[in-house]
Design a protein around this ligand. Structure first.
Ligand SMILES: *[C@@H]1O[C@H](CO)[C@@H](O)[C@H](O)[C@H]1NC(C)=O
Length: 181
């Protein structure tokens, strides 16, 4: 059997709807630092991350705001990751809170040309995976804390078209979301 390897490029837009950020990304078995919201903005020259920069560790509350796409004042990634269709992307979160239960999702949006010119608010994202409650009523981000060492993994669809994409990863919570008795 022949395996064809389709390479495409990923830039990451992470968004936290509660406190925490992605500090490390394993994309198809290569580990990249994420955008460190505490340090990277002060570095000169700006570090070339595969993640969009800007933002901070704080929640985004306004679901109608432009910042929902990629946090506040996103800066373009200085690097891109090449991954194969069907490969895994693991996000390592800095921390999370048990009071912030909710789903975790990953989305892709194709883009053309230079990633530095991408307007994240104009991209058309499609969801590739979502993790909500399991059959015991435990939310995805609680399992991330308890069972997965603060990591969460998305698999790139095996049948995705080769090309350049922005991957968006969200961890969300709502005070109204608490399935525990
Ligand atoms: C959990 O993640 C930390 C930080 O990346 C790492 O140092 C540690 O080895 C991991 N622990 C396990 C059990 O994988």
């Amino acid at each position: 059997m022949k395996t064809s390897i389709v390479v495409f490029s990923l830039a990451l837009a992470s968004h936290a709807a509660a406190h925490g950020y992605v500090y490390s990304i394993n994309a198809d078995n290569t580990v990249y630092p994420g955008w460190d919201v505490y340090i990277d903005q002060y570095m000169q020259p700006k570090p070339a991350r595969i993640a969009f920069g800007g933002g901070g560790p704080n929640p985004i509350f306004n679901v109608d705001g432009k910042e929902l796409a990629c946090n506040f004042n996103p800066t373009a990634p200085g690097a891109i990751a090449e991954v194969r269709a069907g490969s895994d992307i693991t996000f390592h979160w800095s921390r999370w809170l048990y009071s912030h239960k909710g789903p975790i999702t990953a989305w892709l949006a194709p883009y053309e040309g230079d990633v530095a010119k991408v307007d994240v608010n104009k991209l058309e994202f499609f969801k590739i995976t979502e993790d909500t409650v399991d059959d015991k009523g435990v939310w995805a981000n609680v399992r991330m804390m308890d069972d997965k060492n603060m990591t969460w993994t998305a698999t790139i669809p095996a049948d995705i078209k080769p090309g350049t994409y922005v991957l968006r990863h969200e961890v969300s919570s709502g005070t109204a979301i608490d399935p525990t008795p």
